[in-house]
Design a protein. Structure first.
Ligand code: PLP
Length: 415
């Protein structure tokens, strides 16, 4: 099911053509489909029917308030990694009581804010964090609900930069140390042990590593029960992959099947933290061809979006499909699709066969996740406008920045 379809030779988002969106709002623009967001969330919800479960959307994938609000209305919880993300969730109408707080370096101020807001759980990633959280909770007269994020040492078979569950990663507590640390947690006066958490990586296409991690987590939960530590929830993290080109991608129910089987009959609530799989395929980056520069070795198509708008190709060598919005008359040719930023790494796609002319619109597909949230103002480029399409209506959910706003917080030396 695609919410992006070609009608009369023009790519549409739901019932609106991308050419109309470009004419109304300009480019570059991130364009999202509400129906696609809803369908992705409901795929999890349906897969979890009949189970006591909570889907906590990983805010870092796309933290626009309108997107958080769409998920909040569908009943989502949220996985946050900063105090800033907590503030966003609350501003978007999310329930702090459904928030889990992940991350290896939570500051004292962030811990305090999350305790005051009454979040569901801290996913604690080290012994030092546990002790600090206990002290901070004591200082404000609260109990901190915690899970330990355990590193199951499973190879997720994904890109090394987005693999997080191996021993060599900075994330989580070593599996062997978890039991001891749980005993310590249980003994701390201002800590309440609630759960057990893991997250092994991102863009996972094979359900087997997630199932292997789940098996280890369940084994550990049983050992903890033998120690008298009874958990109220098990958090299996996020990481389910999406289709960027021709990968075979499991559906949410296929991805979760093994975990659901392993946990059948257990009392703990099940938590999941999907990010990419809820938003990735729900967004495109709409851009215009500024300059065509054919050459003897390579042809360059310079577009008005760049690595500052979409960092994934430059950062991970990630592939995003790039398509012409309108079927044109030009001869198809092979193009290096690059931005105007002064870096050789500023590319959006290599060797793409496209029939394009100057001024044509392109859509960079599957950019709803880790697109806008990783964007920057490098080269003093205002960030893209964000538009959320709902049927035939387009809502501006983040206006385009002006250049003066980019240096509004700066000042020169006096005198
Ligand atoms: C990034 C992250 C997620 C979401 O990962 P996706 O691959 O986008 O699903 C979930 N949990 C934690 C702890 C994360 O760091």
């Amino acid at each position: 099911m695609s919410f992006f379809s070609r009608r009369n030779g023009t790519l549409h988002v739901e019932d609106l053509s991308l050419s109309e969106i470009a004419a109304r709002f300009g480019t570059p623009a991130y364009v999202y489909s509400r129906a696609a967001l809803t369908a992705a969330f409901n795929a999890y919800k349906n897969a979890l029917t009949g189970r006591d479960a909570l889907v906590c959307y990983a805010v870092k994938a796309n933290s626009n308030l309108a997107i958080l609000n769409v998920f909040a209305r569908l009943g989502a919880g949220f996985d946050i990694v900063s105090g800033g993300e907590l503030a966003r969730v609350i501003a978007a109408g999310g329930d702090p009581g459904k928030v889990v707080f992940s991350g290896v370096g939570k500051s004292a101020a962030e811990m305090r804010a999350a305790l005051e807001a009454g979040i569901l759980c801290f996913n604690v990633e080290s012994a030092a964090e546990l002790e600090q959280l206990d002290e901070i909770a004591a200082s404000i007269g609260k109990k901190a609900p915690v899970s330990l994020r355990v590193n199951p040492n499973v190879d997720p078979k994904t890109h090394p930069y987005i693999s997080t569950g191996l021993k060599s990663n900075k994330f989580g507590v070593a599996f062997e140390d978890a039991r001891t640390l749980y005993r310590r947690a249980a003994a701390l006066p201002n800590i309440e042990v609630h759960g057990l958490d893991c997250h092994i990586g991102s863009q996972l296409l094979d359900p087997a590593p997630a199932a292997e991690a789940a098996e280890k987590i369940l084994g550990l939960a049983d050992e903890l029960a033998a120690d008298g530590i009874h958990l109220s929830h098990l958090d299996f993290g996020g990481g389910m992959g999406i289709q960027y080109s021709d990968e075979t991608v499991p559906s949410a129910s296929e991805y979760l099947a093994a975990i659901l089987k392993l946990t059948a009959g257990r009392k703990e609530k099940l938590l999941f933290e999907p990010g990419r799989s809820l938003v990735g395929n729900a967004g495109v980056l709409l851009t215009k061809v500024e300059v065509l520069k054919p050459g003897s070795e390579k042809n360059f198509a310079i577009i008005d979006a760049a690595m500052n708008d979409l960092m994934r190709p430059a950062l991970y060598d990630a592939f995003h499909d790039i398509v012409a919005v309108t079927d044109g008359k030009a001869q198809p040719q092979c193009w290096e699709v690059v931005g105007p930023v002064c870096e050789s790494g500023d590319f959006l796609g290599h060797a793409r066969k496209l029939a394009i002319e100057t001024g044509d619109l392109l859509a960079i597909m599957s950019t709803g996740a880790y697109g806008m949230t990783m964007s920057s103002n490098y080269n003093t480029r205002p960030r893209a406008i964000e538009v959320l399409v709902d049927g035939a209506h387009a809502h501006v959910v983040r206006r385009r920045e002006s250049v003066s706003e980019l240096f509004a917080l700066e000042s020169v030396l006096p005198g």
